[in-house]
Design a protein around this ligand. Structure first.
Ligand code: F6P
Length: 510
């Protein structure tokens, strides 16, 4: 049943009205067990949810909402390989990419064995590239899900990256990006990975063609050795002259694809075993999501909190603050994951929705954000739920830095909640501002895998409750079509039939 037709929905609305007086400081004062009751452990991730605007009644009503909207059945349908991506008539099986070999019977046994055959080929190739001292630079050409995941992961796992190889990520059609990367490269020591699920994306095709032209222009030989394509469209890659290919399947969404051949730069960077550890961490989270009761299931608790904030307390954004500089691309990664998945205005049957869906996600690493936009978080007029991500153990040996970093992240969560009332006027902090605190013991391939799978599943949860298809992205198509038309007009100068503003811009650009 759609969420707004359940009995829990009006109950949550009524509950939210009575919630205006909720105060975190009072909630803690009245309940000595609050920190424990609103904490949740999951594989590799500990979550303190206690500084959120929720009480036991909220949790109970949200669980009722989950039950009445059939969340568990929808989750199980995904894990059975049903075509829950209804608008594209596709299964949603990124989780299968991290499933251990031979662990499934029935209809999924065959796709799983294909997954492992491809994984083994890709990991074998990754090891070959690692052992090839002549290749010093790996350039990933891809955009969206074919860029953000591998880029985020290579950065996050920089302590595990083999010395002697540099990794570059080119996504934008803006030639300044590719040109500046090419500037420092030599054809004979470069491997280009052309990553595109569809192998039709204009940015990636343009960059790949320019990279090929540059390679030949530099006297490069052996395209098969210096270019590999990561795609579901192997024939299109062959048409471009790229014959070294690693495939995947239409049931892997672009923004869910870092576990597939799209993860090749990560596998080259951290090695076959590291990549297997990444998959194992994600798989552990898959198992938690499938098996833990809803009330102690971390993705479920986070996803339901997202629904509560969006639809009942009307908080329209969430800010992500990773307190670890290696996690600095995580906010960008999560933006695509959440906003491309859940930025939808119709339900799965195509009916317009009378309620909000995806919040706006944004953020920067701490402590940098503190010296930029945290002012607004502490004293602005809007409430922005924060999501802090911290890592207990550092991997460097610089004295004091990590203690200071951790002190800051804890202090920010505390300051948002406690506020400051003994100073008036401009120095007054209202406090009572919500935050979630995610803590990893250490940043490893396994813990990163678990963290990202956690985020995938929490997006699934809110999308399922909203009754939307989280796995298509029709909203990106219109701009692509219009850009094609405008491109032709930039060349020809034809402004006929255009609206006045667009025509004026076109003539100014020409
Ligand atoms: O235009 C949006 C999108 O389709 C994303 O969903 C995807 O991750 C990105 O473009 C890149 O697509 P591809 O991997 O097919 O080049």
């Amino acid at each position: 049943m759609r969420c707004d037709h359940t009995s829990a929905w009006p109950q949550l609305q009524a509950h939210a009205q009575g919630f205006a007086g909720f105060d975190l400081r009072t909630a803690f004062a009245n309940d000595a067990q609050r920190a424990q009751a609103f904490s949740q452990s999951a594989p590799h991730v500990f979550a303190d949810l206690s500084k959120n605007h929720v009480d036991a009644a909220t949790q109970a009503l949200l669980l009722a909402l989950a039950q009445q909207t059939g969340l568990a059945a929808h989750r199980d349908a995904m894990f059975r390989g049903e075509h829950i991506n209804v608008t594209e008539d596709r299964a949603v099986m990124h989780w299968l990419l991290r499933q251990p070999a031979g662990s499934l019977q029935g209809a999924l046994a065959e796709p799983l064995s294909q997954v492992h055959a491809t994984l083994n080929a890709m990991l074998g190739y990754a090891e070959q590239v690692r052992a090839d001292a002549q290749i010093t630079d790996v350039v990933n050409i891809g955009i969206g899900g074919s860029d953000l995941g591998p880029q985020m992961a290579v950065l996050a796992l920089q302590d595990f990256v083999m010395p002697g190889k540099r990794f570059h990520f080119v996504s934008n059609v803006d030639g300044h990006e590719l040109a500046s990367v090419l500037q420092g490269l030599k054809a004979e020591s470069t491997l280009f990975l052309v990553a595109s699920k569809t192998f039709t994306t204009i940015e990636t095709m343009t960059n790949a063609r320019s990279a090929l032209a540059w390679f030949h222009g530099q006297g490069g030989q052996e395209v098969a050795r210096h270019f590999a394509a990561l795609t579901t469209n192997v024939s299109a890659a062959a048409e471009m002259g790229i014959t070294t290919t690693f495939g995947f399947w239409d049931w892997v969404g672009g923004r869910y694809s870092m576990w597939s051949a799209i993860g090749l730069p990560v596998a080259i960077a951290i090695g076959a075993q590291g990549f297997k550890d990444l998959l194992a961490g994600a798989h552990a989270m898959d198992q938690h999501f499938q098996a833990a009761p809803l009330e102690s299931n971390l993705p479920v608790r986070l996803g339901l909190l997202d629904v509560w904030y969006r639809n009942f307390l009307h908080y329209t954004s969430r800010s992500i603050a990773p307190y670890h500089s290696a996690l600095r691309r995580v906010p960008a990664y999560l933006q695509q994951l959440e906003m491309e998945s859940n930025g939808k205005r119709v339900d799965r049957a195509g009916q317009a929705l009378p309620y909000g869906t995806s919040p706006v996600l944004w953020g920067e690493p701490g402590t940098n954000g503190q010296h930029a936009y945290f002012q607004m978080l502490h004293q602005g007029t809007d409430i922005v739920p924060m999501e802090f991500i911290a890592v207990k153990k550092p991997t460097h040996h610089l004295k004091d830095h990590h203690e200071l970093l951790l002190a800051n992240v804890i202090a920010q969560a505390q300051a948002l909640m406690l506020g400051q009332s003994d100073a008036g006027g401009h120095k007054h902090f209202t406090g009572n501002r919500p935050s979630t605190f995610l803590l990893l013991d250490e940043l490893t391939p396994a813990s990163l895998g678990a963290l990202i799978a956690l985020q995938e599943h929490r997006v699934f949860v809110s999308g399922a409750v909203w009754g939307i298809n989280s796995f298509d992205q029709w909203g990106v198509e219109l701009g692509k079509v219009l850009a094609k038309d405008i491109h032709a007009r930039i060349v020809s100068g034809d402004a006929s039939g255009l609206d006045a503003s667009t025509a004026a811009l076109l003539s100014r650009i020409r």
